[in-house]
Design a protein around this ligand. Structure first.
Ligand SMILES: NC(=O)c1ccc[n+]([C@@H]2O[C@H](COP(=O)([O-])OP(=O)(O)OC[C@H]3O[C@@H](n4cnc5c(N)ncnc54)[C@H](OP(=O)(O)O)[C@@H]3O)[C@@H](O)[C@H]2O)c1
Length: 276
């Protein structure tokens, strides 16, 4: 198949690209690295020349925090919406949108709301669409994975609040397996939460990373949520993951029923600590 893949050099997009190439698909990669800036891809006409003969479009562009010129509205909503509309015009029937767990009716941050806005556009169009909502994704090359591994390696682990936020991290290879399944699934028009086998708390996750590295459990230092939020207004400049909105999303929790994904894949996804 000929597949247009946005974000092809990103963490998730890179894993998807590798698997698609291995499966023999022809890829049209899209991102600034390949000369395409979403800030200038805001109408279907901007996309149409790149959709000739394309069978499937996969959108994996995203940012975790806004910077000057890189806004959620443009990158998550308006440019993908133009792509999806162009897909209808060009006869690209199947579209896979990488959204995020939490981009739902309870969404309250600009990150989640902008993701949901694009999800709503693709869901409204006459396309064979899949909206995939991954939880925290971990694996080779992930920026958040690297940050959390660093935290886990400290002799005393600082925690956001009591560290008992419930999360359900998913391995990058299970996100890839889900995307591959979307290419061949008979029935489309589905929104799927892409989560690991089971939920655990944030502190359990960090301690499990230590175990995997052959280290003993570390002492923890709970930092009151209010204090973390106050310092996050500065910390966000050091690491975008520390933006106050990202901490609020962590505090909300990030879990979902794994059964629909297990049924879609024909197996359970891996859980934290399962060998890949
Ligand atoms: N990682 C996670 O845990 C996680 C969890 C849930 C959902 N997601 C979603 O999954 C998607 C991919 O995330 P990721 O972790 O792979 O992010 P990433 O590693 O930061 O990759 C982001 C991609 O977006 C591209 N990009 C950024 N600005 C662009 C622009 N102005 N125009 C065109 N392309 C642009 C980047 O390439 P260039 O820099 O070359 O432009 C890169 O390919 C995002 O939508 C994210 O919200 C991620």
């Amino acid at each position: 198949m000929k597949i247009l893949l946005t974000g092809a050099n990103g963490f998730i997009g890179g894993h998807i690209r590798q698997a698609l190439e291995q499966a023999g698909h022809e890829i049209t990669p899209v991102s600034r690295h390949y000369g395409f800036d979403f800030q200038r891809m805001l109408t279907p006409d901007d996309w149409l020349p790149h959709l000739q003969g394309v069978d499937v479009a996969i959108n994996s562009v995203g940012i975790i925090a806004e910077t000057r010129g890189q806004t959620f509205a443009t990158l998550h909503h308006h440019a993908p919406a133009a792509l999806f509309r162009a897909c209808v015009m060009a006869g690209v029937m199947r579209v896979v949108q990488i959204s995020a767990l939490g981009a739902d009716e309870q969404a309250f941050t600009p990150y989640h709301l902008s993701k949901k806005a694009a999800d709503d556009v693709v869901r409204s169009l006459p396309l064979e669409w899949f909206v995939l909502r991954p939880s925290l994704v971990y694996g080779e090359g992930g920026k958040s994975s690297t940050l959390f591994r660093c935290m886990a390696s400290l002799p005393i682990i600082p925690l956001v609040g009591d560290g008992k936020q419930r999360i359900q991290p998913v391995q990058a290879r299970d996100v890839v397996a889900t995307v591959l399944q979307c290419l061949q699934a008979a029935s489309a028009r589905r929104t799927l939460d892409v989560v690991g086998a089971y939920p655990l708390t944030f502190v359990e996750w960090l301690q499990s990373m230590r175990r995997a590295a052959g280290k003993k459990p570390a002492l923890t230092l709970p930092i009151p949520f209010g204090l973390i939020m106050a310092s996050a207004h500065i910390g966000r400049f050091a690491a975008p993951m520390l933006h106050p909105d990202n901490l609020r999303m962590l505090q909300r929790g990030n879990t979902a029923d794994v059964q629909p994904l297990a049924k879609f894949l024909g197996r359970m996804p891996l859980g934290v600590g399962d060998a890949p």
